[in-house]
Design a protein around this ligand. Sequence first.
Ligand SMILES: NC(=O)C1=CN([C@@H]2O[C@H](COP(=O)(O)OP(=O)(O)OC[C@H]3O[C@@H](n4cnc5c(N)ncnc54)[C@H](O)[C@@H]3O)[C@@H](O)[C@H]2O)C=CC1
Ligand SMILES: O=C(O)C(=O)COP(=O)(O)O
Length: 527
Amino acid sequence: MTKPKVLISDKMDPNAARIFEERGCDVDVITGQTPEELLKIIGQYDGLAIRSSTTVTKEILDAATNLKVIGRAGIGVDNVDIPYASSKGVVVMNTPFGNSITTAEHAIAMIFALARQIPEADASTQAGKWEKSRFMGVEVTGKILGLIGAGNIGSIVASRAQGVRMKVIAYDPFLTEDRAIELGIEKVDLDGLLARADFISLHTPLTDQTRNILSAENLAKTKSGVRIVNCARGGLIDEAALKEGLESGHIAGAALDVFAKEPAKESPLFGTPNFICTPHLGASTDEAQVNVALQVAEQLSDYLVNGGVTNALNMPSLSAEEAPKLRPYMELAENLGSLVGQLAHGNLPKISIEVEGAAAQLNQKPITAAVLAGLMRRYSDTVNMVNAPYLARERGMEVREIRNEKEGIYHTLVRVTVATTQGDRSVAGTLFGSAAPRLVEIFGVGIEADLKGNMLYIVNEDAPGFIGRIGSLLGENGINIGTFHLGRRDAGGEAVLLLSVDQPIPQDVVAAASALEGVKTVTALVF
Ligand SMILES: NC(=O)C1=CN([C@@H]2O[C@H](COP(=O)(O)OP(=O)(O)OC[C@H]3O[C@@H](n4cnc5c(N)ncnc54)[C@H](O)[C@@H]3O)[C@@H](O)[C@H]2O)C=CC1
Ligand SMILES: O=C(O)C(=O)COP(=O)(O)O
């Protein structure tokens, strides 16, 4: 097997390259490229490891014809077009915890830097001014810290701020009352936070909902003398309105680690009174950079080498321990999805995927994704487990998952049912010896078959002589039968024949088989 090839395109701790190599990947480290330079070389890579300097656009993804996975050594992924990556079948992962303490500490440092004007006092003192009366500060003890976003980083900021005796309130629509109590913070609405907070610290991702959350209008609602810290993302604050607020004195101080446009080598905010900033240093500590570099390299190589999925933002997780157990199920599931996709005609508005017995003990999400990948192959041959659920959603398909822990006839079973214009149609399969996928039922008829290569599915009237006729037809056309599987509802009723053959079956042979006496339908299948 050729080794997967990975590109590290942003500055990263050298441990990342070491781990990639140790885990069986070839790795190139090429940082500081322009988008045009990246565009030229991205086509050769299976994996891409980035921080915030590389922007993964539609154009890059279109050129990334071999790319399977993007790993963000850090948290924020607003520099990756995730919906487009998903539609291209590319997994996007981040390392959600590796730099959160470090970033929270930076926010706390910014709070103190603002409260005591440390950067300005330092510059003045080193300039020989000794301006003792210019730098009158404020205590943080007893002050209200308003967090916008109380997830991983926000909650660490809360605990550190409580340590210095601040009172913490938070606006986060996804924060539960129980979690707020556990964190010892008060959950408030945005207007309540703006009106009460002495310090505001932002800790949300940049999304369509959070963009410009501190707009001119919202900044006007803040308490006079507020101090604002942003160690999350630049687009969260209206920078022009922030400057006005600082100049008018309504805002007593602002500390930004992040800017709407980065690198921010110039900004109207530079030189504004009581404004301090750092160049996106939130995650820049020795500890955090080792953490995220190790994690991203482990996660990416795990996916490229073993199929393990950790911290993916557009695919269900699959641990390295689960991956080998689930692999035969995923093959089974994909084949069942593909079988349904090839046999059921017309639009399929609803699909249900049921796992029974041993299969119900497993993580069902990857099984569902594999069924959908098999099914969606009828529409696109670039479909995989990453983009299939998105394609299904785009087509308005309703996907239901059913879990039934009780064993039936088989110790383990996966059943796929689609709603068609002729009613519900279902196929089911099991694993023999926990490893070999087998079809065991097709549209209500029990049949046992291995779904592989070229196959022919025939529904006919159960009458003597048919097997001879189909055998002769295939033989006359030089098509060799590999395996032969029969099933029927009742004697003399409808029978099902599933043949595997060594050659692709031409359409004229399908037509000739359809014309044989007693034949109802014939479909050539490919797995
Ligand atoms: N400056 C730096 O170097 C770094 C910046 N970051 C930024 O910090 C952000 C937050 O990181 P984590 O806390 O780890 O993420 P997280 O996902 O654990 O927490 C984000 C919180 O924001 C909340 N949220 C989402 N939409 C919201 C809205 N409309 N209003 C209020 N709250 C909302 C969520 O409910 C969640 O609790 C990242 O997305 C990243 O952009 C992260 C690491 C380093
Ligand atoms: O992890 C994040 O979200 C960050 O913003 C850190 O960015 P960086 O990796 O330092 O460019």
